[in-house]
Structure formats: structure tokens, C-alpha cells
Design a protein. Structure first.
Length: 589
């Protein structure tokens, strides 16, 4: 990981998409998920269909049983048919639960895999566009929410089918019953449309504010030592929880919209039921329906008004839609460092670097301004500059951790933007101030970019970085799990240097990669690296005069440009150059 993550800048300024766009993206992603799980959806649809048919057949069988008792006919066939229908309904319901669970887990896994891949593809600039806490919220809550959509979708279909079937059955019993029910359909449809139109924004705001709280919490967790040392826990807790009023307001608006629609539907359902059963009672008095048909009409009316439960299903579907939309927002984001369409192979060059008219902006600030720099092949260059002058930004462009807004960076005469990423990774190796402890063991950490490396290769790289001795002293040596390896900051830096040494690249970039080492250890590591650096181009972000003095050339960054490219000894008499090393490094250097 880079000491201070540089980015292309404008990504952070992108605003959250409007709710309509978010929901449209969610629908698109859920359709894609449905296509991937079509087999499980087919099983789920079959189980749902069987349950609906069995549910619609139950009042018919019940009516036959009632009429058999009323007329004195044999009761056995009616009870057998009723038992069979109830058994089919129970089995279909169990099948729905099982198929729905499998379908939901497949959708969640697919969304999370796609989201993780995309976040990694977005690279360093993506961290400004989507902070860590926001990504975590999307990965957990937003990606898991759509898992319910297959079941909810089938629930809508089942509810509508049951309602339509129940209304048809009412019409078959007596047309006046279906007409009585039809009176309540328009108000219910209008209420649902109003809810869907108004609830999207507060639902999206609620999830966004949740992600904001998670982001602040993760930031605080990373700085827990500073918070503890400063005694600022209470103040930090207040900062983390600052979005709570906005979160509460979004929740209040959500409940307000739900409440306005819910009470209308809750009132409409029983009124419809009373109306239809009342009409059925009148028709029974005139002899137009039988007692069994009256029982069936009451059952079918209860099924038909069950469509009011669609409101809760619409709430769940809207949540799924918004969650899927938040995932799709990341998937729709174009990488700031896109792969070349037609990759150009790198020649077997010695590692000559050229930067022409390079400009990089971070937000509204121009960090590098039409910078020109040529580094001879095989030269060791120290990049020097005051805090905030863009040293890490400059070296990040060589391996395309970021791309400039304008200008071009060339390696051995080929623009790095035209080189296939795997080939560029083999040509340019990085060691950072805080190397990410990736992998399961110490061996894995060093061999992270070259998993095929043998133990002998790994040990050779560790010796180059003066790390072999302390690694072998660990409980299990190179096989020590990273979570059980008590590594200091300096030891972790040496492992990062070993990882870079193992890459055997033509260009080696040390982005403040020895800052955690004491002077004696840095000298020891530098001597060990001399043989490695002697046959390749190297750039070292230097904050100590001694580090700059050991380089062949010093690239002095000032005002977004290279003020000088010369040996340290020639620059040292300049008081402004000496003042660079007197400044205290800070974030963004």
C-alpha cells in the first residue's frame, strides 16, 4: 500500500446518483442475477405454482366437504381430496423455502465476487471514490439484500395469481361477488404506486448514511493509537455518530411513507371482505349460492384481500432494488487506470524512464504541473521535495498505480498506458512505507507477486533485504502465519523490500520504504540492496540527506515540476535544497 494513496483526483467529487438512477441500476443487476440462477428460479417457480394451485383448490375441497355433510352424501372422497391438496401445499411450501434459500445464497455470492473484483480493478483511485467503510457496507448489507428478491418476486407472482384465481372463483360462484371485490382494486393500486414513487429517496439515503457511519468507524479504528494517546475517544465517538441525525431523518421519512400507505391498505382489506361476504350472505338468502359456496366465497375473499400483503413485499423489493443499485454503482464505475485495448510489448530495454508534460490533479489542486523528467537507464534516483509536493504521486505513475490527467509516461520508449498490466508488473516493482501484509505466511508475503517462487528464491530475496535472520528466528520461520508473527514496522518494511527484490524487475521503486528503519539498519539494508540496484533503474523517495547522497541523481520536486536533476553534492550548497530535509514530512508527501 502506498504511504499516502495518490489518485487521479476527480473521482472523489462524483456525487451519489439520484434514487431513480440507483433503482434502475438495481433492476438491471437483479435481472442479470435472475439469468444466472434461472435453473433454481425455475424450481422455485414450479414450487410456487403448485402451492398457489393447492391454495386455490383448498376452498373447493372444503366446500365439497361442507355440502356433503349438509346433503348427507359420503364424506370420504371430499376429505381425501382435501387432505391431498393440503399435503401438496405443505410440500410445495417446503420446496419454496429450500429453493429460495439456495437461490438467495447464489445471488449474494455472485454479487460479492463481482463487487470485490471491481473494487480491486478500480485500484488506488477507487479508494477516494469509494472509501473503505462505504465498500464494506456495500459488500455486506447492500450485496446481501438482493438475496431476498427471487423469493419476494415469486411472492408477488403468487399473491397476484392467488388474487386473480380467487376473483375468478368468486365470479364462478356468483358474478356479483367478483363485482363487489373489484370496487376496492383501483384505490389499492393507486396507494402502491404512490409508495413506490415516494419511498426510493429515503431508502437510498438511509443506506448511504449507514455507510458513512461505517467509514468513520473504520477510519477511527485505523488511528486508534492516536485517539488513545490524545485522550480524544469521546470526541471521536461524537464524530463517528455525527451522521445519526440524518440517518434518523431518513428512517423517519421511510416510515412516514410506509405508514401513509399501510393504514389505507389495512383499512381497505377488511372493508372489502365485509362487503363481499355481505353480498354472498344476501345471495345465500335468495338461494343463489349454497352454504358450501358461502364458505368457499369467504375463503376466496380472504385470499383476494391478501393482496394487501403485497405492500410489505413491495417494501422488501424496494430495499433489494436500492441495495442492488448501490452494488451496480460500483460495477458501473470505469477504472481510472483502464487496461490497454491493444497492448504493446515492452522491448528488452534497460529501464529508461521518461515523463513528458505530466499533469496530475487531486480534487481542485494541481499536484504535478506539466512535469518533464528523464531518468537514464540503470540510474539510481532519489526523489526529494517538501511535504505535499507529490513525490508518491510521481513514482506511482511509473507502474500505473495512477494515470496522469495529461501527458505521458514512457518506459524504454513505450507509453506505460500501452503495456499489458501483467507485463508492466513484471517490469516495475514497488516497496512501500507500510507494506500490506498479504498472504497467509511470511513466505507468502514475500512471494505475493511471484507465487511460483521456491523457498530458495524467497530466502535469497530476504537476505538481499537483510530480513532472513529475523525471519528464521520466528516460531515457524518462513511458515509462520502472519497473524502470529510479531513484526515491527522496520521488519515489515524489510519484508516489503524482499518482495520487491524477488520480482527481479528492471525498475525498482522504493516509496519511503526505509523510513521505519534506524540509521544503522538502513545502512545495512542499503548495502545489501546495492548489488540489486546496481543493474537496474531505481527511484527512492528520500527524506534523509544520507539517502539522497547515496543516489546517482536527485530529482528535486518543487511547485509541481522538477526544479533540478543533479547529484546530491551539487545541490547541497543551495539553502533551499537543504531546507527540504528540515521540513517535517506529513500526509500527502
Amino acid at each position: 500500500m502506498v504511504r499516502t494513496e495518490p489518485t487521479g483526483g476527480d473521482e472523489a467529487a462524483l456525487a451519489a446518483p439520484p434514487p431513480a438512477v440507483l433503482r434502475a441500476g438495481g433492476r438491471r443487476l437483479m435481472r442479470a442475477a435472475a439469468r444466472r440462477t434461472r435453473a433454481l428460479l425455475g424450481v422455485l417457480a414450479l414450487c410456487t405454482l403448485l402451492r398457489v394451485l393447492a391454495t386455490l383448490a383448498t376452498p373447493v375441497m372444503l366446500a365439497r366437504a361442507v355440502d356433503a355433510v349438509h346433503t348427507g352424501r359420503p364424506l370420504g372422497p371430499a376429505l381425501t381430496g382435501l387432505a391431498l391438496v393440503l399435503a401438496v401445499a405443505a410440500l410445495a411450501d417446503a420446496g419454496e423455502d429450500l429453493a429460495g434459500s439456495y437461490c438467495g445464497s447464489h445471488v449474494t455470492a455472485w454479487l460479492r465476487h463481482r463487487l470485490i473484483r471491481r473494487v480491486l480493478e478500480l485500484g488506488v483511485p477507487g479508494r477516494r471514490r469509494f472509501p473503505t467503510g462505504d465498500v464494506l457496507a456495500r459488500l455486506t448489507e447492500s450485496a446481501s439484500g438482493p438475496a431476498a428478491f427471487p423469493v419476494q418476486l415469486m411472492a408477488v407472482a403468487a399473491n397476484l395469481a392467488t388474487t386473480v384465481g380467487a376473483v375468478v372463483a368468486l365470479a364462478l360462484i356468483d358474478w356479483t361477488l367478483a363485482l363487489a371485490f373489484a370496487v376496492g382494486v383501483p384505490p389499492a393500486v393507486v396507494a402502491l404506486r404512490v409508495f413506490v414513487a415516494r419511498a426510493g429517496e429515503p431508502f437510498a439515503d438511509y443506506q448511504r448514511h449507514q455507510a458513512e457511519v461505517a467509514t468513520r468507524l473504520l477510519d477511527a479504528h485505523q488511528g486508534i493509537r492516536t485517539i488513545r494517546a490524545g485522550g480524544t475517544a469521546a470526541r471521536e465517538a461524537a464524530r463517528i455518530l455525527r451522521p445519526l441525525p440524518a440517518l434518523r431523518e431518513a428512517g423517519r421519512r421511510t416510515w412516514a411513507v410506509q405508514g401513509r400507505v399501510s393504514w389505507r391498505l389495512s383499512l381497505l382489506a377488511p372493508l372489502l371482505q365485509i362487503l363481499v361476504v355481505g353480498v354472498a350472505g344476501l345471495r345465500l338468502a335468495t338461494g343463489d349460492v349454497t352454504p358450501g359456496q358461502l364458505v368457499a366465497a369467504a375463503s376466496y375473499t380472504a385470499m383476494a384481500v391478501g393482496a394487501a400483503a403485497l405492500f410489505d413485499t413491495f417494501v422488501a423489493l424496494l430495499n433489494c432494488e436500492v441495495g442492488a443499485g448501490r452494488v451496480q454503482e460500483v460495477l458501473d464505475t470505469d477504472p481510472a487506470v483502464p487496461p490497454p485495448r491493444s497492448p504493446v510489448p515492452l522491448p528488452d530495454g534497460p529501464g529508461r524512464l521518461t515523463m513528458r508534460d505530466v499533469t496530475v490533479r487531486i480534487g481542485d489542486r494541481t499536484v504535478l504541473d506539466r512535469l518533464d523528467l528523464t531518468i537514464p537507464a540503470g540510474a539510481g534516483v532519489a526523489v526529494v521535495g517538501a511535504s505535499g509536493t507529490g513525490k508518491s504521486v510521481l513514482v506511482s505513475m511509473i507502474g500505473r498505480l495512477i494515470d496522469p490527467h495529461e501527458g505521458r509516461v514512457e518506459l524504454d520508449g513505450v507509453p506505460v498506458t500501452a503495456v499489458a498490466p501483467p507485463e508492466l508488473r513484471r517490469a516495475v516493482a514497488y516497496a512501500f512505507e507500510r507494506p500490506a501484509p498479504l498472504g497467509a505466511t511470511v513466505h507468502d508475503l514475500i512471494a505475493y507477486a511471484r507465487p511460483e517462487a521456491t523457498r530458495a528464491d524467497v530466502r535469497r530475496a530476504a537476505r538481499t533485504a537483510a530480513a532472513d535472520e529475523f525471519v528464521r528466528a520466528l516460531p515457524d520461520g518462513y511458515d509462520t502465519p502472519l497473524d502470529r508473527a510479531p513484526l515491527s514496522g522496520g521488519e515489515l518494511q524489510r519484508l516489503g523490500l524482499a518482495r520487491a527484490a524477488l520480482a527481479d524487475a528492471r525498475v525498482l521503486v522504493l516509496d519511503d520504504a526505509t523510513s521505519s528503519l534506524d540509521t544503522a539498519t538502513e545502512l545495512k539494508v542499503t548495502r545489501a540492496l546495492q548489488r540489486l540496484l546496481a543493474r537496474r533503474t531505481s527511484l527512492v523517495v528520500a527524506r534523509r540527506p544520507a539517502t539522497a547522497a547515496r543516489a546517482d541523481l536527485v530529482a528535486w520536486l518543487d511547485g509541481g515540476r522538477i526544479r533540478a536533476l543533479a547529484p546530491h553534492a551539487e545541490l547541497w550548497p543551495d539553502p533551499e535544497y537543504r531546507a527540504v530535509f528540515a521540513t517535517v514530512p506529513g500526509p500527502g508527501a
